[in-house]
Design a protein around this ligand. Structure first.
Ligand code: AMO
Length: 375
């Protein structure tokens, strides 16, 4: 009867457990009775124990079967450990975990990637980032907050590093002693989460533990202008593309010996749409904005925010936005807003980079992209 049972069926077995050299677990069960709880259909659309790999699209079409593979499950054990590490690290540093709305009246990261939804008789948008709300909470006196939540971007590009629904780990803090204090908190939290994850999955024999990068703090700080020199276009003040990021990641490894690095002092021209980014007092053509990169992949951006309402309003106008549609955000700046700063960290990109798999989609259970809305 066992021989006729299709693979992947669910059975209840009673039997005798004996030590066995043949089995990789070191034991084998010799059944005395067997009950079929759920008989699998045959053939399977995707092999679970086969050595031959299937195309990613086929795997994602039949994701439930794909997730049964220990090598795939290992990624989600890593993901859970990293998230647990972050939660501990932020909480220990006095950050309060918060949740902000995902249905919004306006976006913060540019109109092109907004998803519109019908909200009764008026339009609404899915949140691209908790940006406006985490800043408003500074005015509410919360001082240190973090949020781990979905963010939605209508990314039309079909790349290995963009998805339309991702998990954003956002943090915001009041009264930073300048942008470097933000970077110090961020790098310490990243290093601590990584250490926690390595121990947690390591003790369970997860093979991904051995491949995790060293996060030796402080991470190098590389001015944006130096990156442009590396790219052979000094002073161009053009945003970094995927290929540029890879070159910078390779140089950071070669010359500074670190898989993690900050790119600091983003030019105002590059951040023109980022209306909430504060311009530097002594160099208004530069912002206090930075990115955190890991081996050529941007995983975070953040910086000091503009907390002065007159300048913030000017920035909105020069970004081509209408301040009147940001009134509930602006109100938070009218009645006492402390200086503040923060960052948005891409959880999927981080887990993807740590797991060393080819595509960011493999770091999510059921990824969403331009073409995929199920399973
Ligand atoms: P930004 O737009 O740079 O900044 O996003 C922050 C981080 O989120 C991740 N990310 C993505 N991951 C997967 N797929 C996508 N389509 C995608 N888009 C972004 C990246 C990125 O570094 N409000 C600011 C943050 C801030 O200033 O606090 C923001 O959203 O890892």
């Amino acid at each position: 009867m066992l021989g006729e049972l299709p693979r992947e069926s669910v059975v209840e077995v009673e039997g005798v457990v004996r030590r066995s050299e043949k089995s990789h677990r070191g034991v084998e069960v010799f059944p005395t009775s067997l009950r079929v709880l759920s008989r699998a259909e045959a053939p399977l659309p995707l092999g679970v124990v086969d050595k031959v790999g299937a195309e990613l699209n086929t795997r994602l079409d039949h994701r439930v079967l794909d997730l049964r593979k220990p090598s795939v499950r290992a990624i989600f054990e890593l993901r859970a450990a990293v998230l647990e590490g972050f939660r501990r690290a932020y909480t220990e540093r006095g950050f309060l975990e918060v949740e902000t709305p995902k249905l919004l009246r306006q976006g913060a990261e540019g109109g092109a990637t907004l998803f519109r939804v019908d909200y009764f008789d008026r339009p609404a948008f899915l949140a691209q980032s908790p940006q406006l709300y985490k800043q408003m909470l500074m005015s509410a006196g919360f001082e240190r907050v973090f949020e781990i939540a979905p963010a939605f971007r209508a990314e039309p590009s079909d790349t290995v590093r963009h998805i339309t629904e991702f998990t954003s780990l956002d943090a915001e803090m009041a009264y930073p002693d300048g942008p470097d204090e933000l970077r110090q908190v961020l790098e310490s939290v990243v290093a601590e989460s990584l250490r926690f994850a390595r121990d947690r999955i390591g003790e369970r024999g997860n093979p991904l533990a051995d491949g995790l990068p060293e996060a030796k703090t402080p991470f190098p700080r590389i001015p944006f202008s130096r990156c442009e020199e590396w790219l052979g276009r000094p002073g161009a003040e053009r945003d970094l593309g995927t290929e540029d990021e890879k070159i910078i990641g390779a140089r950071a490894m070669q010359e500074l010996g670190s898989p993690f690095y900050f790119i600091v002092d983003y030019p105002t021209a590059v951040k023109a749409q980022t209306f909430y980014a504060q311009r530097q007092d002594a160099h208004p053509d530069l912002t206090y904005y930075f990115d955190l990169g890991l081996r050529g992949l941007e995983i975070t951006s953040g910086g000091i925010r503009e907390h002065r309402i007159d300048r913030l309003t000017e920035n909105l106008v020069s970004a081509g936005l209408d301040p009147s549609s940001f009134e509930s955000y602006l109100e938070a700046f009218r009645y006492g807003m402390p200086p503040h700063g923060g960052w948005g960290f891409g959880v999927d990109r981080f887990v993807w980079a740590l797991a060393g798999v080819p595509n960011i989609r493999e770091a999510r259970l059921f990824p969403r992209d331009r073409y995929r809305l199920e399973p």
